[in-house]
Design a protein around this ligand. Structure first.
Ligand SMILES: Cc1cc2nc3c(=O)[nH]c(=O)nc-3n(C[C@H](O)[C@H](O)[C@H](O)COP(=O)(O)OP(=O)(O)OC[C@H]3O[C@@H](n4cnc5c(N)ncnc54)[C@H](O)[C@@H]3O)c2cc1C
Length: 491
């Protein structure tokens, strides 16, 4: 059989397999060839909703279908659930969630939507876009409420203005603060999905989508199990929640060459396999080069990259000098590179151990990364332990303390947590890493994946970091997953 651009291979009967490897699927020219060793389709399992990937977006996609009594099957290539979401810092956004309103933040999601509607509906020109973005915006809040009420997820009492001055009313965290989403969100969600009847299949790697005809609906997926056997699963709705492509060197070189040579923080989940399978099924591939707009680089101890938002920190380069306003610490990796370094130090004191939003993360990370952790009772000893010039570090702190006293950071304009540190001092060394990507599939008005002509591919849905619309952020991965599930549950 000859392969076309979409690598469509007719496999006997009416159904056909649309193959695609994460590296070859986006070639434009037609290629002549034959699929060697591909077995005929043999459905051994049937389900209503087949969700491929068990990170936060996939789990979120299962919520409403399982509550609606549908048969939901999760298929995951790894031996356990969680994906890259398990390592996330879980800095999330929400407005008008029940626990926020209970706490006394009065803005409802309706008010928030009215205020942002005009700019949001302009993002894309599609006819269906205004309704979709409204649905996704509300899904963001609904995810938080339903995950709490029905699936046992736990959120922290919202930050006060003092704790997070700029964003306090909108940012939400898992119950034990930064970096605790695995315990407080993913685990209860997975356990309760399973308790409510969802099936979880592990060590099944999705290889090809199955269509009822070359230009027809997606009706299932072919997987490979741990022994290399094919497993074909039939489904009414197939949801791609396979994450981004940050672990795929070929794709990184093609779409984000400037980041390709930095080491990856995560391993083996985000290989772009869903992008390739969808492209082979005729999906439009969109926005992958623009990842850098939404996903800046990160430190290799990810939580520590974000602590500066929540507590007083001083960030210095290996030369002992400050280089960033620490209240915007997420940008530190890029700023370190801009200064000619690919590592930096986060220096903190007891105030970080006392800040409830980061305390657990601080305690956990100094134990988990003792190779990168030093502590000392004087700045001089700290500098020696860090192997940075003693005089420079002492001078950096003297200058910083002067800004604190004056109430104005003349060097970097730091406003939040402009406070001095005191002994004992603690420091963690961070290295620049790539950690996530955005872009790939666009879903249309019914949350089905758009083909190259902008039409929805029946039966094929997508959510999370594989989609352009999720921008690979936690909240939008939750929201797009929940929104897909809500669409399917209503059918
Ligand atoms: C270290 C780190 C810190 C972050 N911090 C934040 C933050 O504070 N705030 C924020 O907004 N965002 C943050 N992000 C980004 C955000 O967490 C991710 O974008 C989001 O969790 C991705 O969720 P997902 O479900 O789309 O993908 P994932 O969680 O990666 O899940 C994808 C799943 O699909 C599986 N899979 C892939 N291919 C196949 C296949 N062929 N067959 C079967 N299964 C497959 C994978 O194994 C994985 O389990 C962070 C990300 C990282 C890595």
């Amino acid at each position: 059989m000859q392969l076309t651009r979409r690598d469509i291979v007719k496999m006997g009967g009416a159904a056909c397999l649309v193959a695609g490897t994460a590296g070859a699927a986006f070639a434009d020219e037609a290629a002549a060839g034959y699929v060697v060793g591909a077995a005929d389709i043999n459905f051994t399992k049937e389900t209503d909703v087949l969700i491929i990937g068990t990170g936060i977006s996939g789990l979120a996609a299962g919520m409403e279908p399982i509550l609606a009594g549908k048969k939901v099957t999760f298929a995951e290539k790894k031996a356990t659930w969680g994906g890259d979401s398990a390592f996330s810092c879980w800095f999330m956004f929400a407005t008008g969630a029940k626990f926020q309103l209970d706490y006394g933040y009065t803005t409802t999601i309706e008010e928030s939507w009215e205020a942002s509607k005009e700019s949001n509906i302009k993002t894309f020109d599609y006819d269906w876009w205004p309704a979709w973005i409204e649905g996704k915006t509300f899904a963001n809040t609904e995810f938080v409420d339903v995950s709490e009420a029905e699936f046992g997820c736990k959120y922290q009492e919202p930050a006060t203005e003092e704790e997070l001055p700029r964003l306090f009313a909108r940012v939400i965290l898992p119950a034990d603060g930064v970096g605790t989403g695995y315990a407080n969100i993913l685990t209860p969600l997975q356990e309760n999905l399973e308790a409510k009847g969802a099936e979880f299949l592990y060590e099944l790697t999705a290889k090809s989508l199955i269509k009822d005809a070359p230009d027809g609906a997606v009706i299932g997926c072919r997987f490979e199990d741990a022994e290399g056997n094919y497993v074909d699963i039939k489904a009414n709705h197939v949801v791609l929640a396979t994450g981004g492509f940050v672990d795929n060197g070929w794709m990184m070189n093609k779409y984000l060459p400037n980041w390709a040579h930095y080491g990856s923080l995560v391993a083996g989940s985000s290989m772009g396999e869903g992008h390739a399978m969808a492209a082979a099924a005729g999906a439009m591939i969109d926005g992958m080069e623009t990842s850098y707009v939404y996903c800046n680089l990160m430190g290799d101890i990810p939580n520590a990259t974000t602590w500066g938002y929540w507590a007083p920190m001083v960030l210095v380069l290996p030369n002992g000098k400050r280089f960033i306003q620490e209240g915007q610490s997420h940008d530190a990796a890029q700023k370190a590179l801009d200064n000619g370094y690919n590592e930096w130090w986060v220096i903190f004191d007891q105030q970080a151990f006392d800040a409830r939003c980061v305390a657990k993360s601080v305690e956990n990370n100094i134990v988990a990364h003792e190779e990168a952790y030093v502590t000392a009772d004087t700045l001089e000893d700290l500098a020696v332990a860090m192997d940075v010039p003693v005089d420079t570090l002492v001078a950096t702190f003297a200058e910083y303390d002067g800004y604190v006293e004056a109430g104005e950071d003349k060097a970097f304009g730091k406003v939040a947590h402009l406070k001095s540190l005191s002994a004992p001092y603690h420091a963690l060394r961070l290295n620049v890493r790539r950690y996530k990507t955005s872009g790939g599939l666009m879903v249309g008005g019914d949350n089905q994946v758009l083909d190259v002509n902008g039409e929805q591919i029946p039966g094929l849905y997508a959510c999370g970091a594989i989609t352009t619309q999720a921008f690979a952020s936690c909240s939008t991965c939750c929201a797009t997953g929940y929104f897909v599930g809500k669409t399917i549950a209503a059918m």
